[in-house]
Ligand binder design. Structure first.
Ligand SMILES: CC1(C)CN(C2CCCC2)C(=O)N1c1ccccc1/C=C/C(=O)NO
Ligand SMILES: [Zn+2]
Length: 402
């Protein structure tokens, strides 16, 4: 791993967790050796994996992710929890019933012909078209994914876990009354609402390439949830929100933080911005629980071809947050280079479980997907970094002085 994990851009995570470099390039080690390792729950079931596998645009991604976590032997270091479906009442805790009834109607169609018959202007009014393809069983799948995120949050609430993981979740664009950006039910909002049953202040951090607009919108008027999104912000790039000036409203003013970035940013610069912003956030908003959307479409080799990060860069950000030793929920999201997304989320699972991973991908049925290198590394491209030093300083200074 070429990434120098000590390169923290004048910023270190000073607490029991140390983000130290080793043959994997990074692992969070507890520098109080005596302390027992953290308890990690990992939400999975074959049903959840198969349903998520069938979602258009990310077909088979779930299979790759879970298989890699399994063949690296990580399941012995986590507690595997099977999810339940989200209750209707839980879903309606955020989404409006008209939208959910429409989604359920679409999702119950047996085939695309029946769907197209049902596809009315009403459905299109709920965003159920274009970016959000009509899919048979979409409501069933989205409600199980949401139940998985709620299950993960519950394991933090009841004290059975310190870190909870749902790589099937992270659908941050869904709005209360519409689908958006391939997201149908906002599992993240439902997970945060579940955590709010116990924690007065919950911090949400979105590392996906795209602005976490659905989560931000849900909590923009409250001071109880601070949302912090690091994302590409560029004319015409979806969803178009997430400017520096977007800081929340009413009682929620200054509890919305947006860090808009340009194409080409690399690990060191991203982490430098990340830890300076998050140190300020930590001072201004002492959260009691943290939710992290770990979308992997910001990696260099993603088809989105925008940021120039490696999984080590993302892992350093997650490591920084884990060093706060707060109940932490890790969620998936975007990520369209499926082998690299699997490597990234496997690496993060190992980070949470404090296990080092051998670089070579273990022999398993999907090994060929990891060619030609067949190792855990993800590459850095030679894409131009459009983030000038002046631009990044302006962004950090503005965010940290708000
Ligand atoms: C349909 C998918 C989700 C897939 N995709 C690419 C990836 C590589 C080939 C297609 C997109 O740009 N998508 C989108 C289309 C319209 C609106 C939003 C998105 C993505 C959202 C996202 O990732 N949020 O975190
Ligand atoms: Zn994304």
């Amino acid at each position: 791993m070429t990434q120098d994990s000590t390169d923290t851009g004048n910023c270190v995570s000073a607490t029991p967790f140390e983000c130290s470099s080793d043959d994997n390039g990074l692992s969070c080690q507890d520098n109080k050796r005596a302390k027992t390792s953290l308890r990690v729950t990992y939400v999975h079931s074959e049903e959840l994996k198969c349903k998520t596998n069938e979602l258009i645009r990310i077909e088979k991604r779930a299979e790759l992710v879970h298989s890699l976590i399994r063949v690296y032997g990580l399941l012995q270091y986590v507690e595997l929890l099977e999810p339940r479906h989200a209750e209707e009442s839980e879903i309606l805790g955020f989404h409006c019933s008209d939208y959910i009834n429409c989604l359920r109607g679409i999702g119950s169609c047996s085939d695309s012909e029946e769907i197209s018959d049902k596809l009315s202007s009403e459905a299109e009014g709920y965003g159920l078209s274009y970016d959000c393809p009509q899919q048979t069983g979409v409501f069933e799948t989205a409600s199980l994914i949401s139940g998985a995120t709620i299950t993960a949050a519950e394991s933090l609430l009841n004290g059975s876990a310190d870190i909870a993981i749902n790589w099937y979740g992270g659908w941050h664009h869904a709005k209360r009354d519409s689908a958006s950006g391939f997201c149908y039910i906002n599992d993240i909002v439902l997970g945060i609402l579940k955590l709010r049953e116990k924690y007065d202040r919950v911090l949400y951090v979105d590392l996906d390439l795209h602005h976490g607009d659905g989560v931000e919108e849900a909590f923009e008027m409250t001071s109880k949830v601070m949302t912090v999104s690091f994302h590409k912000f560029s004319t015409g790039f979806f969803p178009g929100s997430g400017s520096l000036e977007s800081v929340g409203t009413g009682r929620g003013k200054f509890y919305t933080v947006n860090v808009p970035l340009k194409d080409g940013i690399k690990d060191a610069e991203f982490y430098g911005v990340f830890c300076r912003v998050m140190k300020t956030v930590q001072e201004k908003f002492p959260g009691q629980a943290v939710v992290v959307q770990c979308g992997a479409d910001s990696l260099s080799d993603d088809p989105m071809a925008s940021f120039n990060l490696t999984h080590v860069g993302l892992a350093k950000c997650v490591c920084f947050l884990l060093s706060w030793n707060l109940p932490t929920l890790l969620l998936g999201g975007g990520g369209y280079n499926f082998p690299n997304t699997a490597k990234c989320w496997t690496f993060l699972t190992a980070l949470a479980a404090r296990r080092k991973l051998p670089m070579d991908i273990p022999e398993h049925e999907h090994l060929l997907e990891y060619g030609p290198g067949y190792d855990l590394s993800t590459s850095v491209g030679n894409r131009k970094d459009c983030n000038s030093h002046e631009y990044l300083s302006h962004v950090v200074t503005t965010v940290c002085s708000t």
